[in-house]
Ligand binder design. Structure first.
Ligand SMILES: C[S@@+](CC[C@H](N)C(=O)[O-])C[C@H]1O[C@@H](n2cnc3c(N)ncnc32)[C@H](O)[C@@H]1O
Length: 172
């Protein structure tokens, strides 16, 4: 089975729909979601090399669950990268303009890598609901040569993919 040294994942968290009175203009979520236990049960351990990094997207509400997923997939948490979307919705007294990309690893990671430092804050606009900007793939790409994007919607050059909107390179 093919193994990877970079996993980039944007899980379809089981987000509850917000009542229309609170947010009347919300469009329906345009993809099915997964239960936490099903996300944790994905056999990521079977497709990772001994040394591997994980970049895992999460939101304010799903931060604690993302830590559970990271552990279930066999990774140790190391850093949080904050994405400033420059926009986002106002809800319950907060303007939600940030999401989080958790960085974890298994095995060894380079302490002083030659690649450009990954900023812990990235400001970038997104064009569509739930779409993450390309800049994140560009920043992640130098971390390894066997890269898998999970919950992918497109097939980026140089990446294998897994998800229900693409022809998956692996079975999980
Ligand atoms: C948050 S979106 C990913 C967005 C993507 N990162 C982007 O930048 O456009 C989650 C994706 O997971 C997919 N998905 C939902 N349930 C799935 C399942 N059981 N197996 C595989 N993919 C699933 C959704 O259809 C959707 O494409």
């Amino acid at each position: 089975m093919k193994k990877y040294n970079v996993i980039y994942a944007d899980p379809a968290w089981d987000v509850k729909k917000i009542k229309r009175k609170v947010r009347p203009n919300q469009v329906e979520f345009d993809y099915p979601t997964m239960k936490l236990e099903d996300i944790k049960a994905l056999k990521v351990k079977d497709i990772t090399e001994d040394n591997c990094v994980l970049f895992l997207w999460t939101t304010h509400a799903y931060l604690p669950k993302a830590f559970e997923v990271m552990e279930a997939w066999g990774f140790k948490y190391q850093r949080t990268i904050t994405w400033d979307k420059n926009n986002g919705m106002c809800l319950f007294g907060f303007h939600h303009r940030t999401e989080f990309l958790l960085f974890g690893y298994k095995g060894k990671i380079e302490m002083y890598p030659k690649r450009k430092a990954f900023p812990t804050m990235v400001s970038a606009k997104s064009e569509f609901h739930s779409q993450k900007p390309q800049i994140f793939r560009d920043l992640i790409a130098p971390f390894g040569d066997k890269k898998l994007e999970m919950f992918a919607r497109i097939v980026p050059e140089g990446w294998d993919v897994w998800g229900n909107e693409v022809e998956s390179s692996v079975t999980l």
